[in-house]
Design a protein around this ligand. Structure first.
Ligand SMILES: Cc1cc2nc3c(=O)[nH]c(=O)nc-3n(C[C@H](O)[C@H](O)[C@H](O)COP(=O)(O)OP(=O)(O)OC[C@H]3O[C@@H](n4cnc5c(N)ncnc54)[C@H](O)[C@@H]3O)c2cc1C
Length: 564
């Protein structure tokens, strides 16, 4: 008989959105839950994210058609079906028990519009804003968003708010919104190191955290798990190093691995990624694959290695004043706007610049255009910004001085500064200008579908994504592939139970979020396609573990009646 120092029903490793969902659902179902976080903050990469969840509504039959077309045999069909069936139930559960009121984006096209079943909107959900002050002195425990994605060094805004703020000089409504946000921020900064009006992924994780506190879930920070304890052919606990002690923790219903995959492990990127291996990531530094290792040591198998084993952003890199590295993901704000081309060292375009971040980066790797350069003119930067440079920035000097932005008075000179074939770049820009005048990109189809156009500039015609690059000075920013998450993870079944190499579930062991092998087979169907499955399988894992625990506790015979 094992002796334990601390007894819980469910132990969850990793306080991102997936792990916190599992912990919360189990607590609401009456379980005693311990949430272990290896760093000193909750939130993980989820706290840095846009917080969008891709959850097709119940009855959206074409979502399955779309995933079949996109994922096919690269992913496990029963897992996809489990996700589609349980996603709406997970949302309803959080709305009923945890004060969430998600809003569905009416217009938010799926990323692969050319495939059958792709929707123009209705699948991605936005989390409600959250007032960080409700967390009291625990607010400082919520991990920060990416600093370069905030305003004034700490004010969060949604994408919709950002585009309204750009109209502040022209619209009284937008000016009022701007004044309200800034005033709140100024007041916040008298007492807090950053704004407390949280939106996007920070709002998602902060609300989950507040619910965990209210439900009295134990959260241990800076907790390192040495190994999982197996007993009677099941995972029954873990040895956890916490506050200078090695604690034997019982997990009566099981252990959930939710460590966020391995995007921040240089060694695992080297082992599992294609060449050239990504050097940076915008993902959270705690996501280093430790939990996947624990799962493997307990008998779990990795899923099949895929084309990339990661989901991608093209990012530009800069040194911050404090010496840390800023990894800025070019998600949707610049690439699809009219008046920009992406080229490799050949000076030639290699893909549709407005494609989703995952497909754009894949094209960089597939066509050997790493790094790539985003090339535009001054007017483009003024109108739309470029990476870390915001629209309507008067002085670009400091970006040029620190090497982030390259500037030249001719395209020839720009090409030689960035090491790109000059004649080819001049010809690329000329040809692209012709496409812009006609509104059609015969080479890569930029602006040819609703996804591209949605990220373009609707006021620019005939094609909101195609504009000329014509007026000096000219500019370039360097982008490279960076994983926003990893898709290679522990193999599971539809309850998120970790499976061994023979496909048998290991009792008491679950993997969710980026620790679970991608249910999408490494594909990226639309906005929220990471957090949606992550939280859904968190919900499913918790329900299964709690029911299994109840079944084991019940007298013989009764146990068999519990449907799992
Ligand atoms: C800028 C950006 C925007 C994004 N936007 C979106 C979006 O809108 N929608 C979407 O679906 N996806 C988005 N993504 C991707 C998404 O954020 C991640 O895929 C997702 O957050 C992963 O969630 P997770 O719960 O698996 O892990 P995480 O949120 O990363 O949490 C994992 C946690 O586990 C902890 N941990 C690791 N090892 C251990 C251990 N051994 N013991 C205890 N704790 C451990 C980590 O420190 C971390 O806190 C975005 C990513 C980025 C970078």
């Amino acid at each position: 008989m094992d002796r334990f120092d601390a007894e819980f029903d469910l132990v969850v490793l990793g306080a991102g959105a997936s792990g916190m969902t599992a912990a919360l659902v189990a607590a609401i179902e009456g379980a005693r839950v311990l949430l272990l976080e290896s760093t000193s903050h909750v939130g993980g990469t989820s706290a840095r994210s846009s917080g969008t969840l891709w959850i097709p509504q119940a009855g959206d039959a074409s979502a399955g058609t779309y995933l079949d077309a996109l994922v096919g045999n690269s992913g496990d069909r029963p897992l996809r079906d489990a996700f589609l069936a349980a996603g709406p139930a997970m949302i309803a559960f959080l709305e009923k028990h945890a004060g969430f009121a998600f809003s569905r984006y009416g217009e938010h096209p799926d990323y692969r519009q050319e495939l059958p079943g792709a929707a123009l909107g209705g699948r991605p959900l936005e989390p409600p804003a959250f007032d960080g002050r409700l967390l009291g002195n625990r607010f400082h425990r919520v991990a920060w968003p990416i600093r370069e994605l905030m305003l004034f060094g700490g004010m969060m805004v949604t994408r919709g708010e950002a585009s309204q703020l750009l109209r502040a000089f022209r619209s009284p409504g937008a000016a009022l919104l701007g004044a309200r946000l800034v005033l709140r921020h100024v007041v916040d900064r008298l007492s807090y190191p950053r704004g407390t009006r949280l939106v996007l992924g920070n709002a998602l994780v902060a609300r989950l955290f507040m619910n965990l506190i209210h439900r009295k879930v134990a959260v241990w920070f800076s907790a390192r798990t040495g190994r999982l304890i197996r007993s009677d052919d099941r995972v029954a606990g873990a040895i956890v190093h916490h506050e200078g002690r090695a604690v034997r923790v019982q997990a009566r219903c099981g252990v959930v691995l939710a460590g966020g995959g391995f995007p921040a492990s240089a060694a695992l990127r080297e082992k599992h990624f294609r060449r050239p291996v990504a050097r940076h990531t915008p993902a959270y530094e705690g996501c280093v694959g430790e939990t996947i290792r624990l799962g493997q040591e307990a008998g779990g198998a990795l899923g099949p290695s895929g084309e990339d084993n990661a989901l991608w952003f093209p990012s530009s890199i800069a040194q911050r004043a404090d010496g840390t590295t800023a990894v800025y993901p070019h998600i949707v704000l610049d690439r699809a706007k009219p008046g920009l081309v992406a080229v490799g060292s050949s000076g030639l375009r290699f893909t549709n610049e407005a494609a989703s971040y995952h497909e754009f980066t894949r094209a960089m790797v597939r066509t050997s255009n790493v790094p790539a350069w985003l090339v535009c003119d001054r007017r483009f930067i003024w109108n739309y910004g470029l990476g870390m440079i915001r629209p309507m920035t008067f002085r670009l000097k400091r970006y040029v001085a620190n090497g982030y932005l390259h500037e030249a008075s001719t395209l020839d000179a720009l090409a030689s500064t960035i090491g790109v074939d000059a004649a080819a770049l001049v010809e690329t820009v000329r040809r692209h200008g012709e496409f812009a005048r006609k509104g059609i990109d015969p080479d890569f189809g930029k602006g040819g579908n609703a996804y591209d156009r949605g990220n373009g500039d609707p006021s620019h015609q005939p094609n909101p994504c195609l504009g000329p690059i014509e007026k000096a000075p000219f500019y370039a920013v360097r982008v490279e592939p960076t994983p926003l998450g990893t898709s290679l993870g522990l193999s599971t079944n539809g309850h998120a139970q970790v499976c061994d190499a023979a496909g048998r579930p290991i009792a008491g062991l679950y993997a969710i979020g980026n620790d679970m092998h991608s249910v999408m087979g490494g594909e990226y169907p639309g906005a929220g396609a990471q957090l949606g499955p992550g939280m859904t399988f968190g919900y499913l894992a918790a329900l299964h573990a709690v029911q299994a625990g109840a079944a084991r506790a019940a007298p013989r015979g009764a146990a068999q009646e519990v449907a799992l």
